[in-house]
Design a binder for this molecule. Structure first.
Ligand SMILES: Nc1ncnc2c1ncn2[C@@H]1O[C@H](COP(=O)(O)OP(=O)(O)O)[C@@H](O)[C@H]1O
Ligand SMILES: [Mg+2]
Length: 382
């Protein structure tokens, strides 16, 4: 468990300004939670506390297994949802304890849930979770299932973070891009003229994590040190980048349905000889950097600043490769702008819960391709 709060207690901006966001992404590393202070009167939302808990190994493995077809999925999915609530409520308890707040001080929890299938092409996306149980456990209203309404309106259901990125990272007169390096990577493009675009760019950490687990027995490649010692295989990189997803124009979103270990194995099998595992790690890191850079320069050629968030911001090798492929762009992590990199996504879902409770849309149709702005999610009252 990791936990941090702003020093001493604090006075929220107004009684209705506090929201909790809970994020567990495709990396399957664990749950990040934040307490967000987002005043009704406006102003930049502030993170007041952060807490994180890792997935127990069994639950992590079960969610991974539930990403592909298997026996008795409905029953197993329901049980995994209940276990996820245990973790979610522990993170909520950590946040309340570290801030000294009562549950009644929090207006709502935005709970992302665990994505196990994302098929907007077929009209559905599935985030497991048991929001009714979470509301019951915490005594706080819960907003859940954020993505389905956007998909129902013809959108990709992702990314949903660009509106929040604009609220916290936009700078007057500047074209700013925000990159979230989670299991998969997504860009938000905050144009100086007020337009916002955003889309998934492809793999972020998911394949890197898979390869590190398999070959060095670690959950992830700490700091990207292992990748940094490898040599990029140009032929493999070219073949990976030839996947049609990278050339598709936005709106687009992706996940484990598109980029999975079998996809990588297929490409590896076509190489004339088996590559050194460390060189594959370097190539996967270069894949993330190159696919992000290509997409960014195509959509926002004049970009001057890139803000990086998500756990991948802790991978120095990925950051170095990104900066090398984007020489004219100032790359920095979101830490420098007031929200530590691993707290941004959870903060976004706290903010999206606030949008829902205020009856405001959370999606951006220009980003997701939905027919229009929509109030997202379902509300489970306290
Ligand atoms: N110290 C670190 N060094 C390298 N990679 C890291 C580090 N910390 C986190 N990561 C990467 O970030 C991932 C988690 O990022 P996160 O933003 O939580 O993604 P998701 O939203 O998909 O869960 C880990 O799986 C790992 O790949
Ligand atoms: Mg995570």
């Amino acid at each position: 468990m990791r936990c941090s709060a702003t020093p001493d207690s604090f006075t929220p901006s107004d009684p209705a300004s506090l929201y909790i966001g809970l994020m567990s992404g495709t990396s399957l590393d664990g749950v990040d939670g934040v307490l967000l202070d987002s005043p009704l009167a406006g102003g930049t939302p502030q993170v007041r506390a952060h807490a994180a808990r890792p997935f127990p190994e069994g639950l992590r493995a079960e969610f991974l297994a539930l990403n592909t077809a298997g026996a008795d999925e409905l029953h197993r999915g329901a049980l995994a949802s209940l276990q996820l609530v245990e973790l979610y409520s522990a993170v909520v308890a950590d946040l309340l304890q570290s801030t000294g707040l009562k549950a009644s001080a929090v207006r709502a929890i935005g709970a992302h849930g665990q994505t196990v299938r994302h098929r907007p092409d077929l009209g559905y996306t599935v985030q497991l979770g048991a929001p009714a149980l979470l509301a019951e456990r915490c005594g706080i209203a819960v907003v859940a299932d954020f993505r389905s309404r956007d998909v129902a309106a013809g959108g990709q259901g992702a990314p949903l973070v660009p509106a929040f990125h604009r609220a916290v990272f936009a700078q007057p007169g500047a074209d700013v891009a925000v990159l979230n390096l989670g299991g998969f990577a997504n860009l938000s493009l905050l144009f100086a003229d007020g337009r916002t675009l955003g889309f998934d760019t492809g793999p972020g950490n998911a394949l890197l994590d898979h390869w590190a687990q398999r070959h060095i027995g670690q959950a992830f490649d700490e700091g990207g040190a292992w990748a940094a010692g490898g040599v990029v295989l140009p032929e493999l990189l070219r073949a990976l980048l030839a996947d049609p997803f990278f050339a598709r124009v936005a709106p687009k979103s992706t996940g484990r349905d598109d980029f999975h270990p079998a996809w990588l194995e297929r490409h590896l099998a076509r190489l004339p000889e088996p590559p050194a595992p460390q060189d594959v790690q370097a190539t996967l890191s270069a894949l993330t950097a190159s696919s992000v850079a290509q997409a960014l320069l195509r959509a926002m050629p004049q970009v001057a600043q890139l803000v990086i968030c998500g756990g991948g911001a802790r991978n120095a090798d990925s950051l170095r490769r990104l900066q090398a492929t984007l020489p004219g762009v100032a790359c920095q992590t979101s830490d420098a702008l007031g929200i530590p990199a691993d707290q941004v996504e959870a903060a976004a879902f706290a903010w999206l819960a606030r949008q829902t409770l205020l009856g405001l849309p959370g999606n951006l149709p220009a980003v997701t391709g939905a027919a229009g702005p929509r109030i997202l999610g379902a509300i489970y009252p306290a």
